[in-house]
Design a protein around this ligand. Structure first.
Ligand code: ADP
Length: 227
């Protein structure tokens, strides 16, 4: 993975100031955490990683693809998991939702069914294929959202506070899923303990990257900002 931010700032239309300012950054590691106070720019940063937001100045490139010009190709490589799985579940049943992302990939029906079954089994949803998606528990919905992303095998997974709405047991399930993924993971979270084994943690404060380094030091820095 090679993600490069070059001179990136972002101002939302009508907003008085930039919410991400003058960011130059190269990301290559397998597990990268992102922390910071509410409103510090984490979500905006995360959304720039797959071209959901194109910066108002500067460039973001993912494996050589400029997100402003190659958004579709970028999104094939970068999956995005939101805090609220309901915003991401698009089909009535569990199996249909997972199969949705595989459409237009030239796979046969049996190939799709096999991939869906393997992915559901890997995320604790075996036997739930015909189940109405909206009737799943919050934890199961997050695992479904993850399944629907991972079935297309993106190289990179960006997760924006995926455990915020979950209890401890379901948080642990998401953590275990992250641990077993071969994808590069960029995780925005307020659950600092999830980042202990990460390769690198970015700390944002008031629209700027204020620390970039190992988890323990990053958490120390963040806690200092909160005093
Ligand atoms: P965080 O994820 O750290 O809470 P965000 O990136 O969501 O931070 O938000 C940073 C700032 O940008 C906040 O002040 C927020 O109100 C503002 N903001 C976020 N989204 C929009 C938007 N779509 N339009 C205008 N302002 C926004």
């Amino acid at each position: 993975m090679l993600i490069e931010f070059t001179g990136v700032s972002h101002v939302y239309p009508g907003s008085p100031r930039a919410v991400v300012q003058e960011l130059d950054l190269t990301l290559t590691e397998s597990r990268i955490g992102v922390i910071g106070a509410n409103g510090s720019g984490k979500s905006t940063f995360a959304r720039m990683l797959n071209g959901l937001i194109v910066p108002s100045s500067g460039t973001v490139s993912v494996n050589g693809l400029d997100t402003a010009r190659k958004g579709r190709e970028v999104r094939r490589q970068v999956g995005f998991c939101f805090t609220d799985p309901d915003s991401q579940i698009v089909m009535p049943t569990v199996a249909e939702d997972v199969a949705f992302g595989l459409r237009r990939r030239g796979l046969s029906k049996p190939e799709i069914a096999a991939k869906v079954a393997t992915t559901l089994a890997a995320h604790g949803l075996e036997g739930y294929g015909e189940h109405p998606a909206h009737l799943l528990s919050a934890g199961q919905k997050q695992m479904l959202a993850l399944s629907s992303i991972l079935v297309t095998d993106p190289a990179i997974l960006v997760m924006d506070e995926p455990t915020t709405l979950l209890d401890l047991r379901n948080t642990r399930r998401v953590v275990a899923a992250i641990e077993s993924m071969h994808q590069h993971v960029i995780l925005v979270t307020h659950h600092l303990d999830l980042l202990a084994d990460f390769d690198r943690v970015l700390v944002f404060d008031e629209s700027r990257l204020v620390f970039d380094g190992l988890p323990e030091k990053a958490v120390e820095h963040y806690l200092g900002l909160m005093e």
